[in-house]
Design a protein around this ligand. Structure first.
Ligand code: KIV
Length: 263
């Protein structure tokens, strides 16, 4: 994929072509992922797969800015989304101040915030001030402690109605696209059909406007746990461990470095 997408081309892609989103946290992987992805998300999931924490809650704005800068350097022709970490958008002033910091200190094209109708006033304030916003509804990882775990959404008529209101509120507030996570596929499908902006699914079935996966999950590098919705396209952990064992064995056997790798 050659031409960098924009907020407007992403909006126009709805109904034309499914969008491919993937996370990245550093320049090395961003460069590898760039040719296959429409959008790269610097997700606060980095707090788990990169920093080894048990959830995303302790990620900081400074960390997100650091990683977003690395990703922007590695994938300069990609549309890049910086996830706003927990606690950085609790009111409109704080959200705008922090989003401005992200825009001034990185080349991110937009920010992402979690929440539905309850965050619509914040999204409106950000978009009114020239900050492009990707919403995030359904299962919200930043609410995992308050909700007591990762709970799939859309299982009841009430939850479905709430999600529908969330999606419409986010759209009305000016978000140009949204992620829907951990939601029953039939509900996600209906939501995608009910709004005019792209709805990108993760654990939300196939009938939405695109998909996002965490790169370390889909490459099989993250071994702690594998959610049902993750397909491993590579046995990354086994490949890495195999290569490292080969290296270790050769060092011990004295066969590395050989003449080819010696000055
Ligand atoms: O932080 C992240 O990687 C995300 C995805 C799960 C969408 O928000």
């Amino acid at each position: 994929m050659s031409k960098k997408l924009t907020v407007s081309s992403i909006k126009k892609s709805k109904g034309v072509k499914p969008l491919v989103m993937i996370t990245a946290y550093d320049a090395l992987f961003a460069r590898l992922l760039e040719p296959s992805a429409d959008m790269i998300l610097v997700g606060d999931s980095l707090n788990m797969s990169f920093a080894g924490c048990s959830d995303t809650i302790s990620a900081t704005l400074e960390q997100m800015i650091y990683h977003t800068n690395a990703v922007c350097k590695g994938a300069s022709s990609s549309f890049i989304i910086c996830d706003m970490p927990f606690g950085t958008y609790t009111d409109i002033d704080k959200a705008l101040k922090n989003a401005i910091q992200v825009f001034q200190e990185t080349q991110a094209d937009c920010i992402k915030i979690e929440g539905g109708a309850d965050k619509a006033h914040i999204i409106k304030h950000l978009t009114d001030n020239s900050i492009a916003v990707c919403g995030h509804i359904g299962l919200l990882p930043q609410s995992v402690r308050s909700e007591g775990g990762y709970k799939v959404k859309g299982k009841t008529a009430q939850e479905k109605e709430t999600l529908m209101q969330d999606a419409k509120a986010i759209e009305a507030a000016g978000a140009f696209c949204m992620v829907i996570e951990g939601t029953k596929a039939d509900v996600a499908k209906e939501i995608a059909q009910s709004v005019s902006i792209p709805v990108i699914g993760i654990g939300a079935g196939a009938e939405v406007d695109g998909q996002v996966l965490v790169f370390s999950d889909m490459l099989g590098l993250f071994e702690e746990f594998t959610p049902k919705f993750v397909k491993k396209y590579l046995n990354g952990a086994d490949l890495v461990k195999g290569a490292l064992q080969e290296y270790a064995d050769e060092v011990v056997a004295g066969t590395f470095p050989n003449e080819e790798h010696t000055y």
